[in-house]
Design a binder for this molecule. Structure first.
Ligand SMILES: [Zn+2]
Ligand SMILES: [Zn+2]
Length: 116
């Protein structure tokens, strides 16, 4: 089955970690540190295991790489894109400070949500 463009995570984003506001790195699905088939962003700062993708939003990946279980981050994911139904990612907002701007992860989507 071919994925539609809305299902592909944009690999040029700079999402911030929900815990420490560090920049997260893109990992293609099926790579060594990302055994899921789906691409996601991974924080990795000082062993931080927060991940983000548009389908699940922010979550932790707990356990060994071969047996990692996703664990929800309660209260972190605040809104979905009304056009794509994807969880928004946290991104730096120059006016409001780090962690206050939310954007859709689908390539070409300019939906913005600014949390106060
Ligand atoms: Zn982190
Ligand atoms: Zn969107």
């Amino acid at each position: 089955m071919k994925l539609s463009s809305a299902d592909v995570l944009n690999s040029h984003l700079k999402p911030l970690c929900s815990r420490d506001n560090r920049g997260m790195k893109y990992e293609a699905g099926g790579s060594r540190s990302n055994t899921a088939h789906q691409a996601s962003y991974h924080c990795g700062f000082e062993g931080c295991s927060v991940r983000y993708d548009g389908t699940d939003g922010y979550y932790m990946l707990i356990g060994m790489p071969e047996h990692a279980n996703p664990v929800d981050e309660p209260g972190v994911n605040v809104a979905k894109c009304p056009r794509h139904g994807r969880w928004l990612y946290r991104r730096e907002n120059a006016e409001l400070g780090p962690g206050f701007g939310w954007c859709c992860s689908v390539e070409g989507c300019d939906y913005r949500y600014d949390a106060i």
